[in-house]
Design a protein around this ligand. Structure first.
Ligand SMILES: [Zn+2]
Length: 216
């Protein structure tokens, strides 16, 4: 029998694990979801998921994308995440950089994918798979900034951004304005909450400050 636990709109299932390992998995993941909920960026994303009528299922990472990975997405039935907290700590890619690859940041990245899917915006319009990854990296970087962690410079590896954060944000804003606008247009309820988070790196806040004074 699969050990599982319902936590708000999440169904955490220890598929493929037995006994103590299964209980530990469920406890770790639920603990991480609760911890993320105590951070402003994590709470914004989870509030959106809570408001959805569907479940988001979380189960151990199945290795489909190589040893160093996790999956997040879903379908018409709801959100789906394949994630094992220590995959990254054990895998070789943990040494490829220091940004964005703590278990909390990886889970956050997958939660952003879930939001995009359950809001019906995954690959919507001209949005590409690469854009979806960049959206997840951008919102996870807001969390990393909230945690005083270094920022992830892009998708595919985990090097820290080493330019001063203000400079990086200004150049990021110029380079990725269409992507920021996409988040604002397609996930407006989430974007408005994220824009209120006053942390050193928050290009969504910058967008609202520059374009929507008084509206948020
Ligand atoms: Zn991703």
């Amino acid at each position: 029998m699969t050990i599982e636990y319902k936590y708000e709109h999440f169904l955490v299932r220890a598929i493929g694990l037995e006994g103590v390992e299964a209980k530990r998995y469920v406890a770790q993941v639920v603990g991480m979801l609760r911890a993320l909920d105590s951070l402003r960026t994590g709470r914004a994303v989870q509030t959106f998921i809570r408001a959805a009528s569907q479940w988001t299922r979380v189960q151990p990472y199945d290795g489909r994308g190589g040893p160093c990975n996790a999956w997040g997405g879903g379908n018409n039935d709801g959100g789906s995440i394949f994630f094992t907290p220590l995959t990254f700590a054990k895998a070789p890619c943990a040494s490829s950089g220091a940004a964005g690859n703590t278990p909390m940041e990886i889970l956050m990245h997958e939660l952003v994918h879930v939001v995009r899917v359950i809001s019906g915006n995954w690959l919507k319009g001209s949005v590409t798979k690469g854009d979806e990854e960049l959206i997840a990296v951008m919102i996870t970087n807001i969390l990393s900034s909230e945690l005083n962690r270094c920022l992830r410079g892009g998708y595919g590896s985990f090097p820290c951004v080493n330019s001063p954060i203000g400079e990086y944000q200004t150049s990021y804003y110029k380079a990725y304005l269409p992507l920021i606008e996409t988040v604002h247009k397609q996930n407006q309820s989430l974007a408005r909450v994220l824009a209120r988070i006053d942390v050193p790196f928050n290009p969504i806040r910058m967008y609202y400050q520059r374009t929507q004074p008084g509206v948020w």
